[in-house]
Design a binder for this molecule. Structure first.
Ligand code: NI
Length: 179
């Protein structure tokens, strides 16, 4: 098991768009396995490759934070092909410490991507899974959930982050499973 370092906002690695995976091979398998271990170890329910400094379009999602593995999704080159409705969900993120905010997303999505055994798959998702998939695909495009909230809220968070860094204060702990 190999745990990877999760980059934290405002690291510029998080704002960079990830590249398409051209070949799914053993390296992709190692990357996704390490990403799953890293996500579980951090008690997260989603992780995108650029959060661990790898600019490839690969994500892992497991929305069941109690019973791990059953709902695990590993997806390469994921993209949203259909979306409908609207939902507001409180989101946190493994790269945004000690913060959560309500974000508006599509309520239902159809996501297409590739599995490790090189099969193209469609995932129909709603509610939390839909939110997670949109959040991770956002990561691959260099977008964080805090880019989708008001500038005022984002500025307030940035200031709090600076104060925390200055005082050496540690976060209170996550309130909701980060995506
Ligand atoms: Ni995130």
């Amino acid at each position: 098991m190999s745990l990877l370092t999760i980059y934290q906002y405002p690291d510029s690695a998080l704002a960079k768009r990830a590249d398409e995976v051209k070949e799914i091979d053993g390296q992709t398998n190692v990357l996704l396995t390490n990403m799953v271990d890293t996500m579980y170890s951090a008690n997260g329910i989603g992780l995108a490759a650029n959060q661990v400094g790898v600019h490839q379009r690969a994500i892992v999602v497991d929305i069941d934070s109690e019973d791990r593995g059953k709902k695990l999704v590993k997806l390469i080159n994921p993209r949203i092909v259909e979306s409908s409705g609207q939902i507001t969900w409180e989101e946190g993120c493994l790269s945004v410490i000690d913060y959560s905010a309500e974000v508006e997303r599509a309520a239902k999505v159809l996501v297409r991507g590739w599995t490790l055994d090189q099969k193209e798959v469609d995932i129909e998702a709603e509610d939390l899974l839909a939110v997670c998939l949109q959040h991770e695909i956002d990561h691959l495009d260099g977008t964080l959930f805090i880019d989708r909230i008001s500038r005022l809220k984002r500025d307030m968070y940035s200031k709090r982050l600076k104060r925390m860094a200055k005082s050496g204060q540690t976060p209170d702990g996550e309130r909701i499973p980060p995506i």
